[in-house]
Design a protein around this ligand. Structure first.
Ligand code: ADP
Ligand code: MG
Length: 391
């Protein structure tokens, strides 16, 4: 399945290595407030250091508009990473040009340097070949460990790979190995669980999983549009009118494999302290909105998950940020953890929900890449992966 060269296939001794990582981390008051993504890159960084390489790290952070913006600087990440790897991490305020070149040229085996945010250059998102070539000129080999950015054909994820020997890091390899299992449906029954706010965000993956899964459980805001497609009155629930026709088609194609909520927890406002009731899906009063799956649905979903050998989950079952509406998501997380199946969870909010439930270590694989994991599960080629050297 995974036919790309990895860091194990290259001799890094004495080499300068450009490593694309995903350090797109939240920063509050000049400090990294959640370092999950930095932690995820450590196996590759430590391996390269052990191999005697000098490491030049690059990443994007946030969405600056092609020019430097102080709030999106990676400088705080250099300090944080330094603490994690127990050695100094140099930082330059550029990705290309004389300063970056000089800093790279000074490097010795064991040195670590972090470049400034790649998105401070408009050439990054345009995948500009001259920019890619300049970036590549800093190093002798390229390692891509930024799975979360692999669905974008940008200079630092794709373009640069055309100028250097290019191999996958461990995180990239691990992500593709587990998501590859889900895509290939290596084990059955294969149960897909989808939720979150909207169908329109995820229509490709919904279509793909609807065609392939033995069971497709749909909860969260996404389920509302399916329920509306069945003609139910959804009150003030989040419903995407423009996706109702798509939902009808999916319902028809998936037939009995698709499970929808039969009861929901409703609230009278979109607030943590909203009035709360459990009702059947055909009994949502006007002025109320579906905010979680109900207990009967939890039971049905739990039963479906029990027999699974392979589970993919994306999207919470309700507004889990409000404790009164987090029960469905937590119960499904528990069922997935207890199932004994190979379980793969992707999506920023889904991962947050599983962590909040204290069950992260009982999930086989937690994907760091939301958009990338969805595109991969749709069966689309990820440009950042395609550009790596074949085995
Ligand atoms: P992920 O980040 O895991 O891909 P999404 O971003 O698609 O997930 O969706 C997560 C969001 O969906 C959460 O903020 C959650 O509050 C919201 N959500 C889930 N169920 C509902 C619902 N019934 N009504 C409104 N929002 C919902
Ligand atoms: Mg999200």
């Amino acid at each position: 399945m995974f036919n790309k060269k990895t860091v194990r296939d290259y001799d890094f001794r004495g080499k300068r290595v450009l490593v694309r990582v995903d350090f797109n981390v939240p920063i509050k008051a000049g400090k990294v407030s959640d370092d999950t993504r930095i932690q995820a890159a450590l196996p590759t960084i430590r391996y390269l250091l052990d191999q005697g390489a000098a490491i030049i790290l690059c990443s994007h952070l946030g969405r600056p508009k092609g020019k430097p913006e102080a709030e999106f600087s990676l400088r705080p990440v250099a300090a944080h990473l330094s603490g994690l790897v127990g050695r100094p991490v140099g930082f330059v305020e550029s990705c290309i040009g004389p300063e970056a070149k000089a800093a790279a040229a000074r490097m010795r085996a064991g040195d670590v340097l972090l470049l400034e945010n790649t998105r401070f250059y408009k050439e990054e998102e345009k995948n500009d070949p001259a920019f890619s070539s300049e970036l590549a000129s800093l190093a002798e080999v390229f390692v891509n460990d930024a799975f979360g950015s692999a669905h974008r054909a940008h200079a630092s994820t794709e373009g640069v790979a055309h100028h250097l020997p290019a191999v996958a890091g461990f995180l990239m390899e691990q992500e593709l190995a587990y998501l590859g299992k889900a895509l290939a449906i290596s084990e059955r029954p294969f149960v897909a669980i989808l939720g979150g706010a909207k169908i329109s965000d995820k229509i490709g993956v919904v279509e793909s999983l609807a065609a392939r899964a033995d069971r497709l459980l749909i909860g969260g805001g996404m389920a509302n549009t399916f329920l509306a497609a069945q003609g139910l009155a959804m009150g003030d629930s989040l419903v995407e009118a423009e996706s109702v026709e798509k939902a009808k088609g999916l319902l028809q194609r998936a037939g009995e494999r698709l499970l929808l909520p039969t009861d929901v927890v409703i609230g009278d406002k979109f607030e943590a302290g909203a009035g709360r009731q459990v009702v059947a899906v055909n009994a949502i009063p006007a002025g109320w909105r579906a905010m979680d799956i109900g207990p009967q649905t939890v039971e049905a979903f739990t039963r479906a998950v029990k027999g699974a050998k392979l589970i993919v989950w994306n999207g919470p079952m309700g507004v889990f940020e409000f404790p009164a509406f987090a029960g469905g998501t937590q119960a499904v997380a528990q069922a997935v953890a207890d199932s004994g199946a190979t379980s793969v969870i992707g999506g920023g909010d889904s991962v947050a929900a599983v962590k909040q439930a204290g069950l992260a270590d009982r999930i086989t694989h937690i994907s760091t890449g939301g958009g990338a994991s969805l595109e991969f599960l749709e069966g689309r080629t990820l440009p950042g992966v395609a550009a790596l050297q074949d085995k």
